[in-house]
Write a protein of this length. Structure first.
Length: 246
């Protein structure tokens, strides 16, 4: 029987109500009930049939859904936008689940982004300690030297923040147009990280695309295409996160 039990904060996070960290805070603040009883102890385990309330609202046990979207440029990595711009959830097939993006891609960046209603899964993939490879291709104005590119993997200070790539590779250069196409691999994804790193070196980015997330790619997809992940792909992503703990 205990094999079906899960930690309370994980169940709350998986329901999409909030993150696991916020769920832990709500538990310790006495805002969570299980079967009508206030629970304040972290690590409390619950069964699938238990009734859970957060701030007096029952937690619905949604079936998890997982999507891969090839995000076009000019789309916001959010579930809504107060300026009426396109958001990533506009491309998800019709669903009654509360789907949201895992992490974000900048407005002007295209490429692969994952969406889900599984809070625990999202937290697992986003945590830097899990070291999920995120591979980007950037077209930059100018042609950086080998020394300049190597500084990207050593780390650069930008506005008091330490930004670092895991790997870099020059795909091609065009001396006539004075441009270069460079592949970068990140484990974390700080705000506008790649653009800020290249701008710090004096090479503004013309185009930027995330072409790979762990083993997933945009191959066979056009910008705006969205598909569900297979159970096998979800399992592989969980395994990749577990194996890559730093």
């Amino acid at each position: 029987m205990t094999n079906n039990q899960e930690r309370l904060q994980k169940v709350i996070a998986n329901s999409g109500v909030t993150s696991r960290r916020k769920a832990e805070q709500l538990i310790t603040e006495g805002k969570v009930k299980v079967n009508g009883k206030v629970i304040t102890e972290l690590g409390t385990k619950v069964n699938p049939n238990d009734d859970i309330e957060v701030n007096g609202v029952p937690v619905e046990k949604e079936a998890p859904e997982y999507y891969l979207l090839y995000k076009p440029r000019g789309v916001i990595s959010s579930v809504s936008d107060d300026k009426g711009r396109k958001v990533v959830t506009d491309y998800v097939p019709e669903t009654d689940k509360r789907i949201y993006p895992i992490g974000r891609l900048d407005y002007d960046t295209s490429g692969l982004i994952l969406l889900t209603n599984d809070g625990g899964f999202a937290q697992e993939l986003m945590h830097p300690k899990h070291q999920i490879d995120k591979v980007y291709v950037a077209k930059v104005k100018g042609i950086p030297s080998k020394e300049e590119l190597s500084s990207l993997t050593k780390g650069v200070q930008v506005d008091g923040e330490y930004l670092k790539a895991v790997h870099q590779r020059v795909i091609s250069t065009d001396r006539k147009k004075n441009t270069a196409i460079i592949q970068l691999t990140l484990h974390e994804g700080k705000n506008r990280q790649i653009r800020r790193m290249f701008e710090a070196l004096g090479y503004p980015i013309d185009k930027l695309k995330r072409e790979r997330y762990a083993f997933l790619t945009t191959q066979g997809l056009q910008p705006g295409d969205c598909r569900e992940l297979t159970p096998h792909e979800v399992k592989k992503l969980r395994k990749a996160a577990d194996e890559n703990v730093n």
